[in-house]
Design a binder for this molecule. Structure first.
Ligand SMILES: [Zn+2]
Length: 212
């Protein structure tokens, strides 16, 4: 039996995210954090059954897992708050009266001591993102409709939302087939199936599919 979305979410948080956030305040300003994010995105694709071509802003939203960069910033904010509060910590002067920059490429954490509110920043990022079908989701910080569906249906629903699935157009791009045509004669894309195909379209289209 396939694991529920909740089980997959907890497993990913416990096994991948916790390891990927270990001591994050000390390396969150590194230029190589992108490599960690690549692995986390890959985890998200695996547990959500989405394809690697899925637009990235959609991924954290599926499981309501905050963006890794924001999580790292929040962990840093927490640490800075603790350091500022405790006068006895030897690291305090380094944060409050930091040494002059010696190398211009350094990005020390005291350059950004403004705490971040993960949820509002995420909402803001989502609103300004130019990703396909982003209008379908008003609030990225809540559990999205369909989360409790059996995994196979939920995963298929996500593929329709993100317009990334095993349809003719994608399969042709991947050179798995010679034709990208639907039996109706139009190009077979994920949105064509629900929105415009005379053979399969759903009255109300994708919005209706998502509203159940
Ligand atoms: Zn068609």
């Amino acid at each position: 039996m396939a694991a529920s979305a909740n089980t997959l979410r907890s497993s990913a948080l416990a096994l991948c995210y916790s390891a990927a956030e270990y001591c994050a305040p000390f390396w969150s300003c590194s230029a190589h954090t992108g490599q960690v994010d690549v692995q986390l995105n890959s985890t998200m694709c695996l547990i959500s059954g989405t394809l690697h071509s899925t637009p990235l802003p959609w991924l954290p939203l599926l499981y309501k897992i905050e963006l890794p960069a924001l999580q790292r910033k929040a962990a840093t904010d927490k640490l800075v708050k603790k350091i500022v509060k405790h006068d006895s910590l030897p690291i305090q002067p380094d944060i409050l009266s930091p040494p002059l920059l010696r190398l211009t490429s350094r990005k020390p954490l005291w350059l950004d001591l403004q705490p971040v509110d993960i949820k509002s920043r995420w909402r803001h990022n989502w609103k300004s993102t130019q990703v396909v079908n982003s209008h379908l989701v008003c609030t990225p910080t809540i559990r999205q409709p369909g989360f409790n569906l059996p995994r196979q249906q939920w995963s298929l629903l996500n593929r329709f939302s993100m317009e990334q699935g095993h349809c003719g157009a994608s399969r042709r791009t991947w050179r798995l087939t010679d034709t990208d045509l639907c039996p109706c004669g139009e190009t077979l894309t994920m949105s064509h199936v629900v929105e415009s195909c005379p053979l399969t379209n759903l009255n109300g289209g994708l919005s209706r599919l998502l509203s159940g």
